[in-house]
Ligand binder design. Structure first.
Ligand SMILES: Nc1ncnc2c1ncn2[C@@H]1O[C@H](COP(=O)(O)OP(=O)(O)OP(=O)(O)O)[C@@H](O)[C@H]1O
Length: 267
């Protein structure tokens, strides 16, 4: 039997009295693009941080391709490429130098390093811009550069936390088209968080709707919408299972913060 790419069993995490994640069970199949959806504060980032070994997994258990996250952290880290919400590209370095830094960090063998850096830059469509300093890149190019950083170690599981937040619609589509192409070319499993319902509908094979630390609905976007009734959208499904509304506005405080962070980091 094929091991799931990710299996979470009864996962919980509290910060003081805040129950950020509350009894999450989740299985992600190899090769799928899986969307974890929910409004700010739903518990998405906390779930990702447990899967990426950055937070403890007790109570509960996580395996990544069958490897136990609590017991074999380093082995799990080698399977994962992670693009967090906070930017990690260095504006003073070129695109190529930024990716090469990650190749060294992730122990890509020296003999293969240059080729792997080229391959990663190619996968995200930055080959022609690789020798420009990153502070001249647009927000969308920076996101693609961060994707290349995560891809340089050839992970089996790519984890992206809100990859399109703060980007304009054209840049958002460009990032998603790259993600979809990378999955097709490499067979990689992709776990992505977003609160943009339209993106999830268009690009995710399956989604989990998360609210106040719990998974409230799980399935393909089409199945979830059909189950609710003709003409339903994922936003309607979310409202039906939680009685709440997903934040979908483009100009919210988080977009502004993300844009400011980009500007600050890249000078
Ligand atoms: N380091 C922390 N210390 C205290 N509380 C935290 C911490 N990180 C998250 N929380 C709280 O845990 C809950 C879940 O947060 P989390 O960041 O996982 O949500 P999210 O769905 O990823 O939302 P966002 O997209 O805003 O990051 C929220 O109530 C948040 O305030």
């Amino acid at each position: 039997m094929t091991e799931p790419a990710v299996r979470c069993t009864d996962l919980s995490h509290s910060f003081g009295t805040t129950r950020a994640v509350d009894g999450v069970d989740l299985e992600i199949s190899p090769g799928e693009v899986f969307g974890l959806l929910g409004p700010n504060g739903a518990g998405k980032t906390t779930t990702l941080r447990m899967i990426t070994t950055l937070l403890p997994t007790t109570p509960g258990r996580i395996t990544v391709f069958g490897v136990d996250v609590a017991r074999r952290r380093m082995a799990v880290r080698r399977l994962i490429g992670y693009v967090p919400q906070q930017l990690s590209a260095d504006g003073a370095l070129t695109g190529r130098e930024n990716v090469a830094l990650f190749a060294r960090l992730f122990d890509v063998p020296r003999a293969r390093r240059d080729a792997e850096v080229r391959r990663a830059l190619d996968l995200v469509g930055l080959a022609d811009e690789a020798d420009r300093v990153a502070k001249g890149y647009s927000g969308g190019m920076i996101r693609r550069l961060e994707l290349a950083q995560a891809l340089v170690s050839s992970p089996r599981l790519l984890i992206l936390d809100e990859p399109t937040i703060g980007l304009d619609p054209v840049a958002r589509s460009a990032v998603w088209e790259r993600i979809t192409q990378i999955r097709t070319d490499t067979g990689m499993t992709v776990l992505v968080t977003t609160h943009y319902m339209d993106e999830a509908e268009q690009y995710c094979d399956r989604v989990a709707l998360m609210h106040t630390g719990r998974i409230r609905a799980l399935g393909t976007p089409a199945d979830l919408e059909t189950d609710l009734g003709p003409g339903s959208t994922l936003d309607d499904v979310f409202r039906a299972v939680t009685g709440d509304r997903l934040e979908t506005d483009e100009g919210g405080i988080r977009s502004v913060r993300a844009a400011r962070r980009t500007a600050r980091r890249l000078g």
